[in-house]
Ligand binder design. Sequence first.
Ligand code: S3P
Length: 417
Amino acid sequence: MPGDKSVSHRALMLAGVAVGETKIDGLLEGEDVLATAAALRALGVEVERTGPGRWQVHGRGIGGLAEPEDVLDMGNSGTAARLLLGLLATHPLTATLTGDASLRSRPMRRVSEPLSRFGAAFHGRAGGRLPLTVVGTRSPVPVRYELPVASAQVKSAVLLAGLNTPGETVVVEPSPTRDHTERMLRHFGACVQQEDGGAVRLTGEPELTASAISVPGDISSAAFPLAAAAIVPGSRVAVTGVGLNPGRIGLLHTLREMGAALAVANERVEGGEPVGDVTMAWSPLTAVDVPPERVPSMIDEFPILAVVAAFAEGTTRMSGLAELRVKESDRLGAMAAGLEACGVSVRESADTLEVTGGRPQGGVEIASRLDHRIAMAFMVLGMGAREAVRIDDIAPVATSFPGFVGLMNRLGAAVEA
Ligand code: S3P
């Protein structure tokens, strides 16, 4: 599997503000992560590719980023944009971030609001969206921030701003989200404590020491071939060395409840992250209710779960999905419209989705809406549907899963690009 996207962004950014040379292995070389690498270079960090997935970063130390000469283009990546705004908020420099049409439509107030409390200023257009200029503060004050939504990106932006801030920065989460930032900060030597009641406490101005990082395979990418195996009779697929962070494996719990023939083996910890191998074979699936408290641990997996639900017996009910409306696309709307076009019975509300399974007809063209996961989800649907599915634009797949089409074809799919 390609390297984990969340871990790859964090590896480059933390290496960029550590002291010394960090060697990264297994970095995702998708467009999103390449945007982070390019932005760090523009901020004065030496970032070098030494081989496939092998990268070397010469960090500038905390507070050492330089003012960029030009606008930073974060492409399609919300994680890159939001985490970088966090780092920049407590550097005394001015930077302007932009992105593609998808990223320019996504909410940024969720980070600019807490980051302003450190003393940074933000100037942007109406709605607080990109392009956005951050004027970082020279004398940051530490912040205690209660997150209004469960978001690892917002939590991480605040923690990264806390690095160049004296005193303690505290983020309180309404429910747990992926903790890759906390784990990697500890890996680099920072003091990050997880407290009861959802508080994460970072001691500011740590010395981050360069340290080797091995990036696990991306479970959110593995979800697509695993789901294909679950819906195409006779299939069996194994993925090795994928990340199994507890904040990322809600889909595996859900698929198990649906009756999927899924096995996890070789569980181990690598570089502070849990990793293992996952095998999936086809078996009959039944519908389930996905509890809202599970949403953060499978936030990126609802497009592919909705596809799997379209092949299960009964009606799968998913709730607490409001955040899906502000991802790379409105994923709730995109899935409901696309499934319906494929002949699947669907009900959609502001934050719920109900999908009644059977065997989808397919035979239509789906708009991928600049969203890699919408494109991949409907390619997987096409593998099990009665008629082929056409996707209008699969270019966005390169943001997170370069080589997806070739890999699926090697597994026996018939994808023509
Ligand atoms: C991510 C967190 C999630 C997820 C995104 C990556 C991260 O977003 O959807 O793809 O790397 O922190 P939110 O935390 O905003 O829900």
